[in-house]
Design a protein around this ligand. Structure first.
Ligand SMILES: [Cu+2]
Length: 470
């Protein structure tokens, strides 16, 4: 009963009711009852009630798909369907996903498990599921047209194979891929090692999430699927800051974070206050001789990186993509840089013609967090998030690693803001100041310029620019 209760905790009350129905129908139904999830919260780890033991992962703003055992085979039921994903409080996106969510639930199995996955297609078009990174029989690889016919709308297909090597993998359609991935169809797959593994350490916290990206115009809800690179929402598990949960750990915990990239660009993921090592890639555990300490790891398109560290510094540590446009939410960004341009006088004249005209960004963009600008329905500000000391002026791919002495083992709840010791926070200086050192030389040049000398001038011209390739 205890394990069943933990099992239910892992999937939430609504889903628990669904799996309760599943239990009574197991003997009758050919298909495992699909378990659905309608909450975007981070669910506690799903402790296995049946099958081999393992140390479960925690999916950031996600959940693990329950299974049933059938003659020694682990049976899962994935349902591909349109979903509504709350990407941040008050902002709902109309996506495609699996079992009520985008991304789909994490699938967790153990090395050597025989796995049977029923895939029911409730999308308006055909689909398939590719098990990215896994060693499987070719006919189970899920490439529609190449290794199987596509799964038509309303149809259910079965995939069956043995999870041969431990690691972190992804799943996604290999049918009208551009549309279906732009719409959010993807999920994580974790195969735990069967026994103690020389290259896979025991950890106290094991998190995972996918990097994904959308192009949704403010005020609308459906992603623009033709977008190639110019996405405006950079998300972790289809959530954007401040909608991404913090990663809450106990001081001294060994922490593993598995991050898969299914966007169309690379993401240098950066952790404050700690050094980590990359202990695994899609190809499996990294040999110990090939590990080195880092604070940022670049995750290319289609790659997975698994990082590990000991959380030995208390505090609230920023954890984010280091491309600064990826820590912003949707914005009209075809906007000239106005820093240093005094245009208030001009604005006064313009407002006589266009009453809504406003002066923007002549001192930088931080004013945007305070600006009381009417936003369209169903979007969120481009930079926001109230911290204990004011706005953190972030969005997109940003979260916080919270390291606390008092966090109990197995407790993933948010402990609140870090309480700093007296005098341990950077503070305003009001005393006298020594003269700051300034670099005075103009610098040389490696080669002479072959052109007539011009009168020295300070550039004041602003060149109109496009916005591609950011
Ligand atoms: Cu990024």
């Amino acid at each position: 009963m205890t394990s069943r209760r933990r099992f239910f905790q892992g999937v939430g009350a609504a889903a628990a009711a669904a799996s309760l129905a599943q239990v009574s129908q197991v003997a009758l139904a050919a298909l495992p009852e699909p378990v659905l999830q309608d909450k975007p919260d981070t669910m506690p780890p799903l402790v296995p009630a049946t099958g081999r033991e393992y140390n479960p992962v925690v999916t950031l703003n996600g959940w693990t798909l329950p299974w049933r055992m059938n003659g020694g085979v682990k049976e899962f039921h994935l349902v591909a369907e349109p979903v509504v994903r709350e990407m941040a409080l008050g902002f709902k996106a109309h996506l495609w996903g699996y079992n009520g969510q985008s991304p789909g639930p994490t699938i967790e199995v153990v090395e050597g498990d025989r796995v049977r996955i029923f895939v029911t297609n409730k999308l308006p078009e055909h689909t398939s599921v590719h098990w990215h990174g896994q060693r499987i029989p070719n006919g189970m690889d899920g490439v529609s047209g190449l290794t199987q016919p596509a799964i038509g709308p309303g149809k259910t297909f079965v995939y069956e194979f043995v999870a041969r090597r431990p690691g972190t993998f992804m799943y996604h359609p290999h049918a009208d891929e551009m549309t279906q991935m732009a719409m959010g169809m993807m999920g994580l797959w974790v195969t735990h090692p069967r026994a103690k593994h020389a290259l896979i350490d025991e950890v106290q916290r094991d998190f995972c999430f996918l990097l994904n990206a959308y192009d949704i115009d403010p005020g609308s809800a459906t992603p623009k699927i033709m977008t190639m690179l110019d996405f405006n929402l950079w998300s972790w598990n289809s959530r954007i800051f401040p909608g991404i949960d913090s990663l809450n750990v106990r001081l001294g915990d060994k922490v593993r974070i598995r991050i898969g990239n299914l966007t169309m660009t690379n993401h240098p993921i950066h952790l404050h206050g700690h050094e980590f090592t990359v202990t695994g890639t899609d190809g499996g555990p990294t040999p110990k001789s090939a590990r080195w300490p880092e604070v940022t790891t670049d995750i290319a398109v289609g790659q997975m990186r698994q990082i590990e560290f000991v959380a030995d510094e208390e505090g609230d540590w920023a954890f984010h993509c280091h491309k600064s446009h990826h820590t912003m939410n949707a914005m009209g960004h075809d906007v000239p840089t106005m820093i240093g341009v005094e245009h208030r006088g001009v604005a006064r004249q313009i407002t006589q013609l266009i009453p809504d005209y406003m002066v923007m960004s002549e001192r930088g963009m931080a004013d945007m967090t305070e600006m009381q600008m009417p936003l369209p329905d169903n979007t969120i500000p481009m930079m926001t998030g109230e911290g204990p000391f004011g706005s953190v002026e972030m969005g997109g791919m940003f979260s916080v690693l919270k390291v606390r002495r008092g966090q109990s083992p197995g407790d993933y709840r948010d402990p609140g803001w870090y309480q700093h010791a007296a005098g341990a926070v950077a503070f305003e200086w009001t005393g006298s100041l020594p003269d700051p050192a300034r670099f005075a030389a103009q610098g040389g040049q490696s080669m002479p310029i072959r052109q007539k000398a011009m009168r020295e001038t300070e550039v004041r011209v602003r060149k109109p620019t496009g916005h591609s390739g950011h």
